[in-house]
Write a protein that binds this ligand. Structure first.
Ligand code: PLP
Length: 422
């Protein structure tokens, strides 16, 4: 970062930042930028779901959706999402409303029943570790903590995790059983995995025969620009590389239709799908097929998903543009921060000077602006540089968001100039 201060002195800048912060704190704001939740206006786009399936009782194959059964989920819904998630229909499972729940269940099942290719259950092994590209998604890390799975941070690059590090760690240590990946418009930095990264993940040699890539494609259809990024197909690449069972694909309509009442998906090799279905058969007599039918009738086909996501984009894009505009106007050229320019997804990552992130979040809270806790983007909540802040622009109104980001920049200036003056 540069430390260019133009002709103004540091004292003047600090003085102005203090005054701005005092004015900010005096406004009695109550703004929340913590979680990537869809705004009510986004949920309104799916209001028709509330009156579907409108008396319809049967799926295309005649299944009575009101009854038990159909563990793999409705085929016609799987057809709609097969392309989006890059999983053949026969290898895709449509489940309940939460993909996080599926990730949780896959971990529990892998601990308690051997995944295809495993010599033993994970719970019977002395140590289990997962690679965690950082920055990453706090709920992935929380799952690892919950089940006593050690987390090994791996730095992100502009094209995905640093594959030299990943290849070395998976090759030398059989207790490394998995890696978390958000391959498109990653949470929180918006990174999209390059074709090379995907090819290397598929082909790399792993000491663990039962290594799994947890491929959380949560933002597969969530574009914010005309450049609709496509990523390479990891499931196909794994198959081609002779590692067909390596990947578990996850996705959901949480940020397509209704975050609390969507449909989640799991995709993998036939062996993995059988493994999950066998385990799921013990915990459920079938998913909510009425909701699945509702989604089929509402979205209709892959083009319907694309058209719906254009409507989502129309609501989200102005918010992301406002974040960029205000950050640039207030912090551009100060050398106090850098930030990401995502082409999709739900987040912007703001990087401040080392040692400042927690203090910025604290000051923002003091002025009524609640941010995701600093450190949440790292395993165990520990960002060793204390530099990263995740911004979630979706939920507040545009006006609230503009106030919050302006307030945040005042906090960054205050903390940054304070640090420089000590
Ligand atoms: N995965 C990622 C990367 C997310 O950012 C989120 C929500 O923010 C989820 C999963 C949650 O997905 P679901 O609502 O399907 O449980």
């Amino acid at each position: 970062m540069t430390t260019e201060l133009s002709s103004t002195t540091l004292d003047d800048l600090l003085d102005r930042a203090r005054k701005d912060y005092e004015a900010l704190a005096g406004r009695g704001l109550s703004l929340d930028l913590t979680r990537g939740k869809p705004a009510p206006a986004q949920l309104d786009l799916s209001d028709d779901l509330l009156s579907l399936p409108g008396g319809r009782r049967s799926a295309a194959d005649g299944t009575d959706v009101r009854n038990y059964g159909g563990l793999q989920g409705l085929a016609e819904l799987r057809e709609i999402f097969s392309g989006v998630l890059q999983v053949p229909v026969a290898q895709l499972l449509a489940a309940g409303n939460s993909s996080l729940e599926l990730m949780h269940d896959c971990l529990v099942h892998a601990l308690l029943s051997r995944v295809p290719g495993a010599d033993s259950r994970w719970v019977d092994q002395e140590r289990i570790a997962f690679l965690c590209p950082v920055p990453g998604y706090d709920r992935h890390f929380a799952l690892c903590e919950r089940f006593g799975i050690d987390m090994i941070p791996v730095p992100m690059t502009g094209s995905g995790p640093d594959m030299d590090v990943v290849e070395r760690l998976v090759a030398e240590d059989a207790s490394v059983k998995g890696i978390w990946c958000v391959p498109k418009y990653s949470n929180p930095d918006g990174t999209c995995y390059s074709d090379e990264t995907v090819a290397r993940l598929a082909a790399m040699g792993t000491a663990a025969p039962d290594f799994r890539v947890f491929w959380d494609n949560a933002y597969a259809a969530h574009h914010l620009t005309d450049e609709q990024v496509e990523i390479a197909d990891l499931l196909a690449a794994c198959e081609a590389a002779g590692n067909p069972d390596r990947v578990f694909v996850f996705g959901s309509t949480s940020k397509i239709t209704l975050a609390g009442a969507g449909v989640a998906f799991f995709g993998a090799s036939a062996a993995n799908v059988q493994w999950l279905l066998g385990n799921n058969a013990k915990r459920s007599i079938g998913p909510d097929k009425v909701n699945q039918l509702r989604h089929v009738l509402f979205l209709r086909d892959a083009d319907g998903v694309r058209a719906h996501m254009e409507r989502q984009r129309a609501l989200l894009q102005p918010k992301f543009e406002a974040v960029q505009r205000i950050l640039e106007a207030e912090l551009g050229g100060t050398g106090l921060a850098t930030w990401t320019h995502p082409k999709g997804g739900y987040f912007v990552s703001l990087e401040v000077a080392d040692g400042c992130a927690k203090e910025v979040v604290r000051r923002a809270a003091g002025a009524g602006i609640v941010l995701t806790p600093a450190g949440a983007t790292h395993p165990y909540g520990d960002d060793p540089r204390d530099a990263l802040i995740r911004i979630a622009p979706s939920y507040p109104t545009l006006e609230e968001l503009e106030q919050a980001i302006l307030g945040l920049t005042a906090c960054v200036r205050l903390v940054g100039y304070e640090q420089r003056s000590t």
